[in-house]
Design a protein around this ligand. Structure first.
Ligand code: ADP
Ligand code: MG
Length: 664
């Protein structure tokens, strides 16, 4: 039975209109979404030349009957929407009925489809929007759409396409993330030479992450799962003309569920490309959620870097308006602030609970070129069979296979490099990248790093690696300082290196916040008032936060038109630093685009006082002072990073040491 119909003009006019075909990845996105809407459980994508030459999406979904196969190319022809009311609760990824005609108008398209209930299938060929042929044919159940020569008839748009590797990178990222959102389905992505992704169905997102990115990535992520009941307020009312349904009863407010993964604080990305947010299975970009994430990582990550996030939000369809933007990547939430706070608090709670310590061997180097994150691990070139074998047993104990060919990861934009400590087999750690496949150039003598157990001279020690947890920070014995800046300490878990400044900063930061809460911040009266010159903008910011500054131990009064006189400063801050500190603080707020909230103001002020009052580097410390610092640190709520997000401690676990000495 035919399912597709052309929407009435009335409904069509209510749909956010616009061009959806921007680049190969947008074609792939529309086709994937159609396959998912068609209930497919297997989706295979083939591309050539970054999608410029060929894009093919093959699914085993419901297929289309003969009449529908032609109707699908009419504007506003869809099987997913009937009337304007349906727009209020869209449960499918598509609903506009525009993707296929748009794509067909700028490419050579071949559709092969058969609905399960029909004996034969249909093949339609279209070029530049003109139907060339329609044939009946014996076909497998499902749909295959092949797009050749995208933009062949619109050279202007073709010119805007980027290099093949860039376009391929976008496609790979897209397919990968849809694969992550639907672990229960079988996904494949192939180029002419590579099986880039072959992922058999698995029961959980964690297993899918393992399949796609490997253990390394999974270890750097923290799972998140939380639910909140929606308040009744704000629920959309049925339209006045709708007949009330006597059996319906009071509408259930439903709930919002969030699950997915957020990265540990030691993972730092230079842009937001590694943040993926899905709402009801749809990949979206959303400022509100991004803001909630930034808030969650406040004082855990430095403000200029970003985490890796895979967030799946599930909510009643009536809670989210997806008819906002033609490419359906922007949405509007009905209960914005409730959702914002829910996401922020859930992520924050996971981060606080995990308290993971950065590993000694994983210092992150922020590279300005860091780009596409979470790009899929490439399976070995041209060997799909082998690739399938690799994924068949995703929980094999070995780390996922390394590709035999160095440089086969051709996405151009590399994620941040993770560099190894010299003691830990440089060849092994040399080029580990987060979220992409590990590329290891076969270095000369690299085998030397593989422990040969049988021949090792000492007894083998085989203990499981201790999980990273900063409760281990208790009982540290300081040994001394490196360059009068970093405290070396030991405990049974291993060797620790503590940044003395960052450590003291963290201690003071938490203490100041606590004192502020109890309204007992310590301050000192300055011998002479300090005169600070401010710009007009700084003066405005000062006026805005002065009340809070006073509660934090600053007492300043206007002194002339552009000057303030500071009479009292927070305890521990040298009189000589007051000027600089105030300037830094005011400048920070000046740069802020978002409006200030009290919590943020307090945290900034506390971080600034802590920074200026803390012990500096290049400062010798007596044994008892080091002991005090370590003890106090172990009692902080969040000891792994300073308020600016830099790591406070690095750990070299016993296992790392044993490994380096080839005892395991
Ligand atoms: P929309 O997805 O917004 O409805 P499209 O132009 O993407 O609009 O697709 C038009 C119609 O074609 C869909 O409503 C659906 O009925 C049908 N269709 C498209 N792709 C598939 C597919 N892979 N399997 C089954 N039906 C499909
Ligand atoms: Mg569609």
């Amino acid at each position: 039975m035919a399912r597709i119909h052309v929407l009435s003009e009335h409904v069509a006019n209510k749909i956010a209109a616009g061009e959806v075909v921007e680049r190969p990845a947008s074609v792939v996105k529309e086709l994937l979404e159609n396959s998912l809407d068609a209930g497919a459980t297997r989706i295979r994508v083939n591309v050539e030349a970054g999608g410029k030459k060929l894009i093919q999406v093959i699914d085993n979904g419901c297929g289309m009957v003969n009449d529908d196969a032609l109707l699908a190319f009419e504007r506003h022809a869809t099987s997913k929407l009937k009337n304007a009311d349906d727009l209020l609760s869209i449960s499918t990824l598509g609903f506009r009925g525009e993707a296929l005609p748009s794509i067909a108008s700028v490419s050579r398209l071949r559709l092969e489809t058969r609905a399960a209930e029909e004996a034969s299938g249909t093949i339609v060929e279209i070029a530049g929007g003109k139907i060339l042929s329609v044939e009946e044919a014996g076909l497998p159940n499902g749909t295959s759409i092949t797009i050749r020569d995208l933009f062949f008839n619109t050279p202007a748009r073709k010119k805007f396409l980027k290099a093949e590797t860039t376009e391929l990178g976008h496609i790979a990222s897209l397919v990968t993330h849809y694969a992550l959102a639907h672990p229960d389905k079988h996904w494949e992505l192939h180029t002419t030479t590579n099986a880039m992704l072959v992922a058999a169905p698995v029961p959980s997102s964690a297993e899918r992450i393992y399949q796609v990115f490997g253990k390394e990535t999974l270890d750097q992520l923290l799972p998140i799962a939380a639910t909140i009941r929606l308040e009744r307020i704000g629920l959309p009312k049925p339209p006045p003309w709708a007949k009330p349904d006597p059996d319906a009863g009071v509408p259930e407010p439903g709930e919002i569920r969030v699950h997915g993964f957020v990265s540990k604080p030691e993972i730092q990305k230079l842009n937001r490309n590694s943040i993926f947010i899905f709402v009801n299975g749809r990949l979206i970009r959303d400022r509100l959620i991004l803001h909630a994430l930034t808030e969650a990582y406040r004082n855990i990550l430095p403000p200029t870097v970003f985490p890796v996030v895979l967030l799946f939000l599930e909510m009643p369809f009536t809670e989210v308006d997806v008819n906002v933007h033609p490419s359906k990547t922007e949405v509007r939430f009905r209960q914005q602030s409730a959702l914002h706070d829910f996401v922020r608090d859930s992520v924050r709670a996971v981060l606080m609970q995990a308290r993971p310590a950065p590993q000694f061997v994983r210092e992150i180097h922020a590279e300005p070129t860091a780009g596409q994150a979470l790009s899929p691990r490439l399976n070995s070139a041209g060997a799909p069979g082998q690739a399938a074998a690799v994924v068949a047993d995703p929980f094999a104990l070995e780390a996922p296979e390394l590709p035999p060919l160095p440089g086969s990861l051709a996405f151009g934009s590399e994620p941040i490099e993770v560099e190894g400590n010299a003691a830990i087999g440089a060849a092994h750690l040399k080029a580990q990248t987060f979220g992409s496949h590990v590329e290891v150039a076969p270095l000369e003598g690299a085998d030397a790093f593989v422990p040969e157990r049988e021949e090792s001279c000492g007894p083998r020690i085989d203990e499981p690696d201790q999980p990273m947890d900063l409760t281990e920070l208790t009982g540290l014995t300081p040994l001394g300082q490196v360059r009068e800046s970093f405290i070396l300490a030991v405990n049974p878990q291993g060797l620790w290196i503590v940044d003395q400044h960052a450590c003291h900063e963290r201690i003071l930061f938490e203490r100041i916040l606590k004192q502020r809460q109890e309204a007992v911040v310590e301050s000192q009266r300055l011998l002479m008032p300090i005169i600070v010159d401010l710009t007009p903008t700084q003066l405005a910011v000062f006026a805005e936060i002065n009340d809070e500054l006073r509660k934090n131990g600053f007492d300043a009064e206007p002194f002339g038109s552009r000057t303030i006189a500071v009479k009292t400063a927070p305890a521990g801050v040298d009189a000589g630093r007051v000027d600089r500190m105030l300037h830094e603080l005011l400048e920070q707020f000046e740069r802020e685009e978002q409006s200030l909230n009290l919590e943020k103001v307090r945290a900034r002020i506390a971080a600034s006082i802590a920074c200026h009052a803390a012990i500096k580097i290049n400062m010798p410390l007596a044994q008892n002072k080091m002991e005090w610092l370590l003890r106090e640190l172990s009692q902080t709520q969040y000891p792994m990073t300073c308020p600016h997000g830099r790591p406070v401690v690095l750990r070299y676990s016993v296992k790392d040491i044993q490994r380096a000495f080839k005892r395991i």
